[in-house]
Design a protein around this ligand. Structure first.
Ligand code: AMP
Ligand code: MG
Length: 311
């Protein structure tokens, strides 16, 4: 499959990207089981495939940039791509590589860390709402309001620090949050913002390997904190929380993609494919120019050419 990419037309490439992304598309999540989705890519990629994979990503990035150009020109839709994952799954790298061909004017990345005091003084969607992409743009969330049903669910102490009126903190809180998120995403869809969610599914073994690299490589030390190892200790609780979250928040309109993340290059191609799929569904087109406007443009061109002839 990969060998042929170099000579593909854009239309064919988009068709293939859509087909490829379908492997990881969850759609309606009601029956979702995490065990059905691997951390390792389905195809075996050896070192000899490295060039092909690199080329595939380059072509994917190019197709993505072409679609984004139309999204920006049309100025009607916007796309929000949410990334969630365990530490060291490759969120930062995927964002950097997949968006590398994109016009920076049409794209914005927001990262969500531990909430500030000001943020805790508001409802949980507040801080994310402020960063939603404008029409014509792609917004990337590196973590998001989904942390509210992940890290907050795994650690009761975080929930207790949220200053919610105690009457509202019941056993139904996670169900309530899922409902709020579904409604919020539905509201965005109705207003022209398409939301897709990407879970980079890294295995516990691969995470260990990457943590050790972060300790061994001085240039990567900054990326590592002792807290990351502590979170690793809650692995199974996190996986349960992810599964429940995807079951409850994946819809056809606002799907999750569960992407194998043990091979970084492969994961990036899968991410690019998912974004291409989402953009293609918008049926984007450049704004149509009126007959009068075309005539006016032709008139300007003629005048410019005549000006040149005068010299
Ligand atoms: P990183 O993205 O690795 O720099 O880490 C950011 C940290 O912020 C992660 O450990 C997240 O779990 C944490 N975080 C993000 N959002 C929230 C939230 N709403 N409540 C608590 N912790 C959060
Ligand atoms: Mg981290």
């Amino acid at each position: 499959m990969l060998e042929e990419l170099g000579s593909l037309s854009k239309k064919e490439l988009i068709k293939r990207a859509k087909k490829f992304s379908k492997r990881y598309y969850v759609g309606d999540g009601k029956k979702f089981k995490l065990k059905d989705y691997a951390s390792k890519p389905k195809m075996n990629l050896g070192p000899e495939d490295e060039l092909l994979v690199k080329e595939a990503l380059e072509i994917g990035v190019e197709a993505l940039a072409a679609l984004q150009d139309i999204l920006y020109a049309q100025d009607r839709w916007s796309l929000l791509v949410i990334f969630q994952a365990m530490d060291a799954a490759g969120k930062d790298g995927a964002i950097k590589h997949v968006m590398s061909g994109i016009n920076p004017q049409g794209c914005q990345v927001s990262s969500f860390k531990v909430p500030s005091q000001e943020e805790l003084d508001h409802d949980f969607l507040w801080r994310c709402q402020k960063h939603l992409p404008e029409r014509g743009r792609i917004g990337i969330f590196n973590r998001s309001y989904y942390e509210e049903v992940l890290v907050v669910r795994v650690h009761e102490t975080i929930l207790n620090a949220q200053k919610l009126p105690s009457k509202l903190v019941t056993k139904d809180i996670w169900e309530d949050r899922f409902k709020d998120i579904r409604n919020f995403e539905k509201y965005l869809a109705r207003n022209g913002t398409v939301v897709i969610k990407i879970f980079l599914n890294v295995s516990k073994d691969e995470q260990k390997k990457r943590f050790i690299e972060r300790v061994d490589d001085p240039d990567k030390n900054w990326k590592f904190s002792v807290g990351d190892v502590k979170e690793r200790g809650h692995w199974d609780q996190y996986m349960e929380a992810y599964e429940d979250m995807i079951q409850n928040t994946s819809t056809e309109e606002s799907p999750w993609y569960v992407i194998p993340a043990d091979n970084k290059s492969y994961a990036r191609i899968a991410v690019a494919s998912a974004i291409i799929h989402a953009l293609d569904q918008m049926e984007l087109e450049y704004p149509k120019v009126s007959k009068e406007k075309i005539e006016e443009l032709q008139g300007v061109k003629k005048a410019l050419l005549e000006e040149k002839n005068e010299k």
